[in-house]
Ligand binder design. Sequence first.
Ligand SMILES: [Zn+2]
Length: 203
Amino acid sequence: MKKISLLLVIALLVSSFVFQISANAAESDVVKIRLPFDSAKLSGNKWGKFASGGGGQYHIAEDYVSVKDGKVYACADGVVKGKWSDSKTIGCGLYIQHTINGETFCAEYGHITNIPDPLKKVGAPVKCGDLLGYVCQKKDSKKPGYLATFKYATHLHWSIKPGAWKGGKWYAGSDKDLYYSSPEAVKKAGFVNPSDYIKKKIK
Ligand SMILES: [Zn+2]
C-alpha cells in the first residue's frame, strides 16, 4: 500500500514538473502588447469622428479621460523617435516606433507629463509596459503630473500609424493639423483606430 502511494506522489511530482515546463514555454510565446493604461474612458473625441475641439474637424487619435492613476504605459517594445512640445500648457508627447513579431507601427502618446529622463532622448529603448509619464492634470490638482494650463489637455491623446517611422511631421498631409476634413482624409494620412489595432493584436 505504501509503495503505491509513493509511486502516486512521484507521478504527481513528475506531471506538475512537465506542466510547469509547458506553461513557461507558452509564456515566452505570448506577444508583449497592451493598452497604454490600466483603465480609462474614451472621451467624445473618437478616432475618425467629428471632434469638437481643434477647429471642429475629424480626429486622428482617441482621447482618453479618467486614466487610472494618470499612468500611461508603452503598449509594446520599441524605440523613442521623437517628442512634441514641452510646454506647461498642453504637456508633452512621445512618438515611439513599436515592433511586435517583426511588424512595426508608430504611436503617439500626447498630453503627458513627467516623462522619465532616459525616455526623452531619441533612440531610447522602450519595453512593453514601461511607464511613459502621467496624463496632464489641471493646475490645482494634487495628482501626479504637473499642470496643464490648457484645460482641454487633461486627457491622453493616442494615435497610431502602421509602418516604420518616417520622420517629418506626424500630422503630415493634414489640412488642419490634428483634425482632418473628413474620415477618409484621416485614413489617407495613414492613421488607424488605435484601440482596435492594439486589441486585435492582444487576442
Ligand atoms: Zn486628441
